[in-house]
Design a protein around this ligand. Structure first.
Ligand SMILES: Nc1ncnc2c1ncn2[C@@H]1O[C@H](COP(=O)(O)OP(=O)(O)OP(=O)(O)O)[C@@H](O)[C@H]1O
Length: 596
């Protein structure tokens, strides 16, 4: 992982950008085609003006001259159509790039917040996401539009000049080439200056964060001066960096002068001689000027702006984002072996697992052992705060034991790829996650190819039919039909997991907003589904539906059936007593009968 944000990581830049461009080959092809249409006016401008003069106005045929000028006007209309048609293709590429960058930055931000030390997930992370990703979107959109205009315009103007006279093309081509070389030499200095500006901005954001979040205290204590001093140096440094950047940018004027003005001056100075000797007709002379003024010069100006500003900003910002997102794809503990080999069953085993939330925290588990055979239905019970959710997260591979090992189908969890683990094991927490979009998008999030029949099965199994009807079917936006109740949100989350291919489902109080009947239906649905079901139970009925129950005690795990535990585990007996006192009587609880 690169810790230095200014460290150049071109391979990561490539990894970020190239796949997006590859996935948009069609858009890029269409963009190139419409760019040719867009530059038609430049390509024909000088030639049509030259012909209008030589064969029309100067040859005593003004109507032909006028007709040729009208033809030039028509090319302008066609060119505008090309510009318009190119826009959606540019947008498709740029929006994809923005989405990919956002995904990568959020992933890296979370990784750094969870697995690395230091102020990785502070205000500067937010600054990166909001400012730099947005900057990349805006700049890359502008850059894509400008670069193709520049390239196509220069090529079109040079072809036009070549058609008028090869010497004209040679003079203009040489000047453009020299200007490009000068720009390439200037670019590293501009890039350094731009890096300095970005660094200064980030330092300012870093220093401003604590001051702004503590603004009430600053006001209450009258600590304006101290707060001002803490930020003042950073503000000055940013201003100095911006000024230095602007000074270096002045060199770009020379590029335009050399590439666009010089050939124009040469043609102007030689015009008398060229016409007298018959090298150029008057029309060709005016046509050449049209090409230089309307084709080459605007393109070079755009190049200086684009490469000098947008290109630099994009390259620097992308490099810095690339350095930030350059984190391992796996959690640190997963670095050993990453295997994609298929699982041999879903038996889960905890062997000598110890876990504490911090080096000085009381351990929740010490050398704990647990065996959960393939296809079992297990309930996890215990007093509040004892470690039931932590056990669920250890089994699900969300938390990693301090020592000992958790295996799935005999394979230690750290040896499974993250994607493989998530495919096989679903941990459903109390907080349900329903995102804006259609019900179908929500239900198929973990199984994008799921068909209507599978969705219908999940909906029927979980009793979600009423909600589907209320929302107007699978393909209406969820937000269009009024707010979802907490229970509906939980049912949608459960249905999403039901549709997925996960063969180990861990419900960590994932039914807490459902009534007893709905909870029973949901648990029975998952129980009837192939695979293992683990339920962190918050009602006695939940526990009694399971084949086996694990009682989480103070640094202990006791496993057995309801009957075995009543006799053997004082913790369990106490818990049952508490539940009975708090809720409906054991035997009355929706017909729940102990399974053991
Ligand atoms: N991320 C964390 N960092 C530090 N301590 C934590 C963290 N998560 C949980 N704990 C602590 O670990 C202990 C066990 O928490 P856990 O959520 O696993 O218990 P629980 O049995 O599921 O509780 P409940 O039934 O109330 O949900 C608690 O004391 C809790 O405060």
């Amino acid at each position: 992982m690169s810790g230095n944000p200014s460290h150049p990581v071109p391979s990561t830049v490539r990894q970020l950008v190239v796949p997006v461009l590859r996935s948009h080959r069609r858009n890029l092809g269409a963009l190139a085609a419409w760019s040719v249409v867009e530059t038609l006016p430049v390509l024909l401008s000088g030639t049509l003006v030259a012909a209008a003069l030589d064969h029309g106005f100067l040859a005593g045929r003004p109507s032909l001259g006028l007709l040729l000028l009208l033809a030039y006007g028509a090319t302008l209309v066609v060119g505008t159509l090309g510009t318009r048609q190119a826009m959606p293709h540019t947008a498709a590429v740029v929006e994809s790039l923005r989405d990919e960058l956002t995904r990568q930055v959020v992933r890296a931000g979370l990784y750094r917040a969870v697995y690395t030390e230091g102020p990785a997930a502070d205000v500067s992370t937010v600054a990166r996401v909001t400012r730099q990703v947005e900057a990349v979107r805006q700049i890359s959109g502008g850059l894509l539009l400008s670069l193709r205009t520049i390239a196509f315009s220069i090529v079109a103007a040079l072809i036009g000049l070549l058609a008028l006279h090869p010497l004209l093309a040679a003079v203009a081509g040489g000047s453009v080439l020299t200007a490009c070389v000068l720009m390439a030499l200037l670019a590293p200095l501009l890039r350094r200056r731009h890096v300095a500006v970005l660094r200064a901005q980030e330092e300012l954001a870093r220093r401003a964060g604590p001051q702004l979040t503590g603004i009430r205290d600053v006001v209450a204590c009258g600590a304006w001066e101290t707060a001002g001093r803490a930020m003042g140096a950073s503000v000055d440094a940013e201003a100095a960096a911006v000024v230095a950047g602007a000074r270096a940018g002045a060199g770009r004027i020379a590029v335009v002068a050399l590439g666009a003005r010089l050939p124009f001056a040469v043609v102007l100075l030689a015009s008398g001689w060229a016409v007298r000797t018959g090298l150029l007709t008057p029309g060709a002379l005016v046509g050449a000027m049209v090409y230089l003024l309307q084709g080459v010069e605007p393109a070079l100006r755009a190049m200086v702006q684009t490469v000098g500003n947008m290109g630099l900003q994009l390259s620097v910002t992308l490099r810095r984002l690339a350095a930030f997102v350059d984190v391992p794809r796996r959690r640190p503990s997963d670095s050993a072996t990453v295997t994609g080999s298929p699982l041999t069953g879903t038996r889960i085993a905890l062997k000598d697992v110890s876990f504490a939330y911090g080096p000085f925290a009381e351990p929740l588990f010490t050398r704990a052992t647990l065996d959960i055979p393939d296809g079992s239905h297990l309930a996890v019970v215990g007093p509040s705060g004892i470690g039931k959710s932590t056990l669920a997260m250890l089994i699900g591979g969300i938390e990693t034991p301090g020592s000992g090992i958790v295996t799935l189908g005999g394979t230690p969890l750290p040896e499974l790829s993250e994607a493989g683990l998530r495919r096989h094991v679903a941990v459903v927490p109390q907080e349900s996650y329903v995102f804006a979009g259609t019900l179908r998008e929500n239900l198929t999030q973990l199984a994008p190819r799921a068909e209507d029949g599978e969705l219908d099965e999940a909906v029927a199994a979980l009793g979600l039919e009423g909600t589907v009807r209320r929302l107007g079917g699978y393909d209406r936006p969820i937000t269009g039909s009024g707010p979802l109740s907490q229970g509906e949100r939980q049912l949608i989350t459960l249905a999403r997991v039901y549709v997925s291919g996960a063969r180990v489902v861990i419900l960590d109080e994932a039914t807490c907003h459902l009534d007893r009947a709905a909870e029973e239906r949901a648990e029975q649905a998952f129980g009837a589904r192939p695979g293992t079901l683990i339920v962190v139970a918050h009602r006695i009925t939940s526990a009694l539906r399971a084949e086996r129950i694990v009682v989480v005690g103070q640094d202990s795990l006791t496993v057995g059936s309801h009957g075995e535990l009543l006799a053997a585990s004082p913790d369990y007996a106490a818990l049952i007593g508490y539940w009975q006192a708090a809720g409906p009587r054991l035997e009355d609880a929706h017909g729940a009968r102990p399974r053991g």
